[in-house]
Design a protein around this ligand. Structure first.
Ligand SMILES: Cc1cc2nc3c(=O)[nH]c(=O)nc-3n(C[C@H](O)[C@H](O)[C@H](O)COP(=O)(O)OP(=O)(O)OC[C@H]3O[C@@H](n4cnc5c(N)ncnc54)[C@H](O)[C@@H]3O)c2cc1C
Length: 491
């Protein structure tokens, strides 16, 4: 396709210049794909990437001091969505990729103040192995019977969005929702499943229900097909479910930045945008350092509230819609301990906390079990998540108060009384976009209105079509395709 792209008649004389606002993973990937796709198609295209923070990477922050590797934001990406891994491979990071230690994979759920293992074979929330599930004491016999009803309950008719809670209650029952789905999903999306849009987060479940009439049948059938393809050699061996880079996710950021050849600005925000007018055929970006940049196309890779602020004077309706995307606050507290001080075996990837439990933590990752190269041999590293929809107020606590609360909870749940040897806190006020029921319709409307009112202006990033790193990277690549289509006609 690239070879067929020709510059449009009115663009032949001048280079097309693109401004990208925000250099989290979405903005960085947009810049990278603009550069590589334009080069591959021999298009005359340049770009400016503007980031208001002093560092690139947005929520991707890795701290490597004292032999520890501590992630402040994301710690890995899911490999089932291929785009983050593919980008790492394209960047030559193949040898730096590491997976989760899946032989030690086990997730615990806090139940009546104690840790209970999620039975082996539960995929996402769907049981796929009978014996471990039947033997587990996490779900009552009646609850298990209700989950098995999934095999017989007919599929829902209609295509309108529903909440994850409504879906799980309908197919697997209330106990599966309260004890498994709610804490796991709150851990992944930091969201209340009563509000969480199924269409925007688990479209796969909708397909399974429609195609197989049952989640269990759907999951088993997919696993069987995958195993057969692997045996026949038509599918590569399975990847670890989650992957990261040996040096932490910042390695992806620094590698991207090293490759970028456009104008890169940090500690400079975009304060105001002016659309093209009759006398001025380019967008004007007014920067916080008093300078301006002119651009033929603009990509706003900023969180929805920042995007709304920039669009308010231009398309107030779109700004209103963007402001309706809710955000929740979270914080992560990483604690290191001497291994000899911890009697708990840390025999899994960590635990999640259902809302019925009095414990005020959201989840805890046993980092040094989940990944190699995160702590010196004689230490262990834990990362606790607080905030989210259950206890947002905790993000406001002082460092000392937060540390005390977390240590009290870890003592009660895991018996940890030792002094931590290291502590790192990262707060993410209004940092987690919430995909409420109807999210996709809202986004479709926002995109259509923006395209109509402001041709050449594109929106991307975690507020829109996927919060995870792979989705942000995928959306960036799609936005670049749109920019190329809009600025260079197919010959
Ligand atoms: C604690 C935590 C853990 C997470 N864990 C995972 C995980 O394990 N795996 C996973 O896949 N995802 C995870 N996520 C989600 C993922 O990290 C984010 O969705 C993703 O990093 C967001 O990328 P982004 O580029 O859309 O936005 P951001 O990273 O927020 O970047 C937006 C950038 O825009 C800049 N900006 C804003 N306004 C302006 C302006 N006016 N001018 C210039 N620049 C501006 C900001 O400074 C920022 O750098 C996690 C998120 C959090 C908070």
């Amino acid at each position: 396709m690239n070879k067929d792209i020709e510059p449009m008649a009115d663009k032949t004389s001048a280079q097309t210049h693109v401004a990208i606002v925000g250099a989290g993973i979405a903005g960085l990937a947009t810049a990278y794909y603009l550069q590589t796709k334009a080069k591959a198609a021999n298009l005359s295209l340049s770009y400016t990437l503007v980031e208001k923070a002093p560092e690139f990477g947005g929520k991707v922050i890795t701290n490597t001091t004292g032999g520890f590797l501590i992630e402040g934001g994301p710690d890995s990406f899911i490999s089932q969505k291929p785009w983050a891994r593919e980008l790492c491979l394209e960047l030559g990071l193949k040898d730096r990729l590491i997976g989760t230690n899946d032989a030690k994979r086990k997730t615990f759920i806090v139940h009546k103040g104690k840790l209970k293992a999620l039975p082996d074979g539960v995929m996402l929330i769907i049981p796929t192995r009978f014996v471990p599930f039947a033997l587990s004491t996490l779900i009552s016999p009646l609850g298990k019977l209700r989950m098995a009803m999934d095999l017989f309950i007919p599929a829902r008719k209609g295509d309108e969005d529903e909440s994850l809670s409504s879906f799980i209650r309908r197919r697997l029952g209330k106990e599966a929702l309260d004890k498994i789905a709610e804490p796991l999903m709150a851990g992944i999306y930091v969201a209340d499943p009563e509000n969480l849009s199924l269409q925007s987060t688990f479209p796969r479940f909708i397909t399974m229900e429609k195609k197989y009439g049952s989640l269990t049948r759907g999951m088993l059938s997919q696993m069987k097909a995958r195993a057969a393809a692997q045996k026949a050699g038509t599918l590569p061996p399975p990847l670890p479910l989650f992957m990261t880079l040996r040096g932490g996710l910042t390695e992806l950021v620094t590698t991207l930045v090293d490759r970028l050849q456009g104008e890169l600005l940090t500690s400079v925000g975009v304060d105001r945008l002016e659309p093209p007018t009759e006398g001025q055929d380019r967008y004007q970006l007014h920067l916080s350092n008093g300078e301006t940049r002119a651009a033929d196309a603009v990509v706003l890779a900023t969180p929805a509230p920042a995007t709304a602020h920039l669009l308010e004077p231009l398309v107030p309706d779109v700004a209103d819609q963007l402001r309706k995307i809710r955000y929740l606050s979270t914080a992560t507290l990483s604690l290191a301990f001497k291994r000899s001080d911890i009697s708990h075996p840390l025999n899994g990837f960590g635990f999640v906390v259902p809302k019925s439990e009095p414990c005020r933590l959201m989840a805890c990752t046993w980092v040094s079990t989940k990944f190699d190269h995160r702590a010196p041999e004689d230490h262990v590293l834990l990362r606790v998540f607080v905030g989210g929809y259950k206890h947002q107020e905790l993000v406001e606590l002082s460092d000392d108060e937060l540390t005390k609360l977390v240590r009290d909870e870890l003592k009660a749940i895991m018996g940890i009384t030792a002094e931590p040897t290291r502590k790192e806190i990262y707060r993410w006020p209004h940092g987690n976009a919430q995909y409420d029921v109807g999210h996709l319709d809202r986004i479709t409307q926002i995109e259509a209105q923006t395209a109509q009112a402001l041709p050449g202006l594109f929106l991307t990033g975690s507020s829109f079509r996927g919060v995870g790193l792979p989705d942000c990277i995928h959306q960036a690549s799609q936005v670049v395709e749109q920019i190329i289509q809009a600025n260079f006609s197919l010959g």
